[in-house]
Design a protein around this ligand. Structure first.
Ligand code: ADP
Length: 650
């Protein structure tokens, strides 16, 4: 292949522009990203070589070398990993393979600060080289290809790049950064070692740098300088972080490891590092991020847990290791029992893997329970024994973390109700909602139960599109009047998820918009009697209403649920809420064509007017359409509705 110039995919060009303009504040991360790529390339080689030992050629020791040339102003990161073929260089370095990239790019605002935040969630990888370089040369040869099938890729980071065939004896990849003048500090062994120590100490491969020594100048009166000795030394610990004992790992090292494997620029919320022994032996290092990644809702998003077998990297997106509702968890699982050549198919079937998945799921749930327990501390209370509890620094550090977690990932966690039956009760305890007594999403079922009224037999909730719609919904009126708390659920997944949860700790969950209202013991005898009498007196009108609305309403009945509103819509006990049905329709899916039930407040002046009114038909339809409007729906025929209202107004 002779030299050709190719254009970057539009998104790459956009990303590069952003990288060079907004990531200045944290320049040094480029080294972490490039060393991490080098390490991944070595992991891939090791994995492929399990079935093809010849790939090691004559260099079985995998390593990364970092070197620099002061005169040429270049910094080189070289690995002897899997390398790239010509086509791979074009594909991998000219396009972004991540799914959801288009959506992500659409979110960029042009505001450098905001975008820099976003880009941290996206992870820039190779392109971060352009933070410090105005030109990057990549030379590579894929393991197993002939020496004359190497590739050179060169770009100045603008719109295009050049590729050509080269001869390259060494397998693997060299990334040569032509440093900008303002990045000259990286032409210094001390600086490089410091950055490697900070970001890449945990990499299990040796990172080598050439030893230097001080040499006096040969010319009289001139200062001496450091010169290279031709000898290479390992500058990192080169032992995988998770294999070290906990006590030897600092908080900062745990955090840096997280950043390296997740490409997140923020510290994680919490983590757990354990050796699990027993029938299945493995090490788990699992992190809960502080911020949701840009592609959390992407259906084909890869899971974030890496699988190792006896320290050999096996695969990156081992879905079998974590249930989908915990897809935000990042980390490493290293098994001592699985075979090295484990395939994806085998992973799905292995009993060991099932045990690891169950163990890891439980571990994540305990981390969350721990955060939830420490989420807020009231003032230290004096116990019965006269001793005041002292809140430890460690517990204090956990304050507010669960709320932060829940704001980012709560909706995903709810999917677990439908997905993980075995842990449903633990999950239910972790859920939080807004309620009629709290705008903040902070009420758990247990808090709710503790506040239940004497005689209250159910946990009441309502689902709606927004908090405002939920709060103002007419179905809540009688609950407000009686001071009964109702949970307000506004996540899209709520209704679906609650299908799988019928009770909490023995108390049934009851939607206030489903079925006939039954306040049971909360209603006194006098109230019940009055309601029955009103219903009896209203019967003839009710029959007429049913007839007038027979195309729209499944049934019309009198309710005690309303106080200020004339009417509202409810669904039958086993029915799908009008809100969910509407959502499905918007998403282009089929929703069952069930008609709602219209409930009327026989005490309301408007409803009282119905009896004997010459406008009966119009009033009936207005009642129905208004009930629909009140819950965020639209009348089937809005124009007809407007006409009717206007006719009455006039
Ligand atoms: P990511 O690492 O998140 O996939 P990058 O932009 O860092 O994204 O890299 C893109 C791709 O380029 C990698 O997935 C890999 O296929 C290839 N690549 C990058 N660096 C190397 C390397 N040192 N050796 C082999 N392949 C590499």
């Amino acid at each position: 292949m002779s030299k050709q110039t190719l254009s970057f995919q539009a998104e790459v060009a956009q990303l590069l522009h952003l990288v060079t303009h907004s990531l200045y504040s944290n320049q040094e991360i480029f080294l972490r990203e490039l060393i991490s790529n080098a390490s991944d390339a070595c992991d891939k080689l090791r994995f492929e070589a399990l079935n093809n030992n010849a790939l090691y050629e004559d260099a079985p020791n995998l390593e990364v070398r970092v070197s620099f040339d002061k005169d040429a102003k270049t910094l080189t990161i070289q690995d002897n990993g899997i390398g790239m073929s010509q086509q791979e260089a074009i594909d991998h370095l000219g396009t972004i393979a991540k799914s959801g990239t288009k959506d992500f790019m659409g979110k960029l605002t042009g505001d450098q600060k905001a975008d820099a935040q976003l880009i941290g969630q996206f992870g820039v990888g190779f392109y971060s080289g352009f933070i410090v370089a105005d030109k990057i040369t990549v030379e590579s040869r894929r393991a197993g290809l002939k020496a004359d099938e190497g590739v050179r890729w060169v770009s100045g980071g603008a719109g295009d790049f050049e590729v050509e065939t080269i001869t390259r004896a060494a397998r693997g990849t060299s990334v040569i950064l032509h440093l900008r003048d303002d990045a000259a500090e990286y032409l210094n062994a001390w600086k490089l070692k410091q950055v490697i120590g900070k970001y890449s100490d945990h990499i299990s491969l040796p990172i080598l740098m050439e030893k230097e020594e001080w040499k006096e100048s040969e010319k009289e009166g001139e200062p001496g300088g450091m010169v290279k000795t031709g000898e290479w030394e390992t500058v990192n610990k080169a032992s995988a972080l998770w294999t070290r004992p906990k006590k030897d790992i600092t908080e900062e090292q745990y955090q840096e490891f997280y950043k390296a494997i997740s490409h997140d620029h923020e510290n994680p919320l919490t983590w757990a590092h354990n050796r699990v022994e027993g029938n299945t032996e493995y090490t788990q290092l699992l992190y809960i991020p502080a911020k949701a990644p840009f592609d959390l809702w992407n259906r084909d998003k890869k899971a974030g847990v890496k699988l190792y077998v006896k320290r050999v990297f096996i695969m990156d997106d081992a879905e079998a290791l974590m249930p989908s509702y915990l897809r935000f968890v990042k980390g490493v699982i290293d098994s001592a029992d699985l075979p090295l050549n484990v395939s994806r198919e085998l992973l799905q079937e292995s009993r060991d893997v099932r045990a690891i998945r169950e163990g890891s799921t439980k571990r994540v749930l305990s981390m969350l329970e721990d955060l939830a327990k420490h989420d807020k501390h009231d003032a230290p209370a004096e116990g019965a024994d006269g001793v005041t509890d002292v809140v430890s620094e460690e517990d204090k550090a956990k304050e507010g973390k669960y709320s932060a977690f829940y704001a980012e990932f709560g909706a995903v966690l709810k999917e677990g109700l439908g997905e993980d039956f075995a842990n449903r009760e633990r999950l239910a305890k972790l859920l939080r909602f807004a309620s009629t007594t709290s705008d903040a999403v902070s009420v758990g079922f247990a808090d709710y139960k503790a506040r239940m009224k004497e005689g209250q037999e159910a946990i009441y909730y309502i689902t709606a599109d927004t908090l405002a719609a939920a709060k103002n919904s007419p179905q809540l009126e009688v609950f407000k009047k009686k001071g009964i708390e109702v949970l307000l659920m506004t996540d899209r997944v709520d209704e679906w998820a609650l299908n799988y949860l019928h009770d909490f700790d023995g108390t049934p969950l009851q939607s206030v918009a489903k079925g006939a209202v039954d306040l049971g013991k909360l209603q006194d005898e006098a109230e019940k009697k009055a309601a029955e009498e009103a219903a009896e007196a209203f019967k003839p009108v009710l029959a007429k209403l049913k007839e007038a609305l027979k195309d729209k309403a499944e049934d019309v009945r009198v309710t005690t649920r309303l106080v200020d509103s004339p009417a509202c819509l409810v669904v039958q006990d086993d029915g799908m809420s009008t809100q969910l049905a509407r959502m499905l329709k918007q998403a282009g899916q089929k929703a069952p064509e069930t008609k709602p039930v219209l409930e009327v407040n026989a005490e309301h002046p408007l409803v009282k007017k119905l009896d004997g009114s010459v406008h009966f038909h119009d009033l009936a339809h207005i009642l129905f359409d208004q009930a629909l409007l009140a819950e965020g729906g639209l009348p089937d025929d809005p124009a007809a509705y407007v006409k009717r209202v206007n006719a009455l107004l006039a």
